[in-house]
Design a protein. Structure first.
Length: 319
C-alpha cells in the first residue's frame, strides 16, 4: 500500500497559495527529515531497551550478592543516565528540526523567527505594568516582521512564581501566553493601560501606571469588560475611539484568557494570557509529515495576524 503521507500533499491551511508553498518547498524537506527521524528514533528505542535490560540484570546480580543499597542506587542512576544518552541525538535533531521548520513557515509569511528570546523584551512588559510578579521565566518563539505595514515583535512567555502555603512552597504559573508590541501610527505622548481582569490591580499598577487615574468612558459594554488607567485623560479618550473599543471587545471575546494592553512610547503593547503553548513543536516520536502538526503551527501564526489586523493598528486617523 502506498504511503499516503508521502504521496498526498496535505491541505494545511485551506489557503491555496500557502498549501502550494507547503507542498512545493516544505513537504520534500519533511520527507528527508522523516528518514533521519526514523533512523534516530529506532536507534534510541534499541539502545534504550538494551540499557534497560543490562541495568535490570546488573541490579538482580547485585541483589543476589547482597550488595549495599548505595551500590544499587548508583547502578540505577547510571542506567538512567545511559538511557537518556541513548536518545540524546534524537533530542538534538528535534530541536534543530523544529527551529528550521518554524523559520520556513514564518519566513513564508514574511516574519523572522528564533527559537529563543532575550530577557530585555520581557523586562519592557514588566516595567510597563502589564505582567504579574514572577521569579522564574521561560522565553521562546521570538518573531518579528511586518503585518499590513506595522512593525511587530512577539515572544512567547511562561512565567511563574513561588508561593508559600501551609504545606510548604508551591510553584504557580502566573502567565503563559504571548507578548506583542506593534507600531501605532497615530501620535501620542502619554500612557494608557487597558486590562480585562477587572479589580485585580495590585500587580499591574506597580509599574509606570502606579499613579495614573482611572478613565471613565461612555461605552458601558467596554467598561463592563475593561479597566482603563492613564496619565492623560483626554489623550486616552482620543485613542480609545468607539470603533477601536468595539474591536478591542471583539478581541476580548476571541481570546480564552485575560488580555492586557497599553499605549506607551509610541507603541501598542499587548499581553495575551492564553495559558497554553503557542507554535507547538513537533513530536520527535511522530511522523513529521503528519499535516495535523503543521496545522497547529499555521493556526497560531494566523491567530496573531488576525489579532493585529482586527485592531487595525496601522490606522493613522481617527478610527
Amino acid at each position: 500500500m502506498a504511503d499516503t503521507k508521502r504521496t498526498m500533499p496535505p491541505h494545511i491551511s485551506g489557503d491555496e497559495e500557502f498549501d502550494g508553498f507547503f507542498a512545493r518547498e516544505v513537504l520534500p524537506w519533511l520527507e528527508a527529515e522523516e528518514q533521519k527521524r526514523r533512523v534516530l528514533a529506532d536507534m534510541a528505542r534499541r539502545n534504550g531497551l538494551i540499557t534497560a535490560g543490562v541495568t535490570f540484570v546488573v541490579a538482580i546480580v547485585a541483589l543476589y550478592f547482597r550488595m549495599p543499597v548505595g551500590a544499587l542506587v548508583i547502578i540505577m542512576v547510571l542506567g538512567g543516565i545511559t538511557g537518556f544518552a541513548s536518545g540524546f541525538r534524537l533530542y538534538l535533531w528535534a530541536d534543530s528540526f523544529n527551529e528550521a521548520l518554524a523559520k520556513k513557515v514564518f519566513g513564508h509569511f514574511g516574519f523572522q523567527y528564533s527559537a529563543k528570546s532575550t530577557v530585555q523584551f520581557l523586562k519592557r512588559f514588566s516595567g510597563i505594568g502589564l505582567l504579574p510578579s514572577y521569579d522564574r521565566y521561560e522565553l521562546t518563539d521570538e518573531v518579528s516582521g511586518k503585518i499590513d505595514g506595522m512593525d511587530i515583535h512577539l515572544v512567547e512567555a511562561n512565567l511563574s512564581r513561588t508561593t508559600r502555603t501551609k504545606n510548604g512552597n508551591t510553584r504557580t504559573i502566573v502567565f503563559h501566553g504571548l507578548l506583542v508590541s506593534a507600531t501605532f501610527s497615530k501620535p501620542f505622548s502619554g500612557r494608557t493601560l487597558i486590562k480585562t481582569d477587572k479589580g485585580a490591580i495590585s500587580h499591574f499598577l506597580e509599574g509606570i501606571f502606579g499613579n495614573d487615574a482611572a478613565v471613565r468612558l461612555e461605552d458601558l459594554a467596554f467598561e463592563a469588560e475593561f479597566d482603563v488607567y492613564s496619565n492623560d485623560q483626554i489623550e486616552a479618550r482620543t485613542l480609545l475611539t468607539p470603533a477601536f473599543m468595539e474591536r478591542l471587545l471583539t478581541l476580548r471575546r476571541k481570546m480564552d484568557g485575560p488580555v492586557r494592553s497599553a499605549f506607551y512610547q509610541g507603541q501598542f503593547w499587548l499581553a495575551i494570557d492564553g495559558r497554553r503553548d503557542y507554535f507547538p513543536a513537533y513530536s520527535s516520536w511522530q511522523d513529521v509529515r503528519d499535516p495535523d502538526q503543521a496545522r497547529n503551527l499555521v493556526r497560531d501564526i494566523s491567530l496573531i495576524s488576525s489579532v493585529l489586523r482586527l485592531l487595525k493598528l496601522d490606522s493613522g486617523t481617527r478610527v
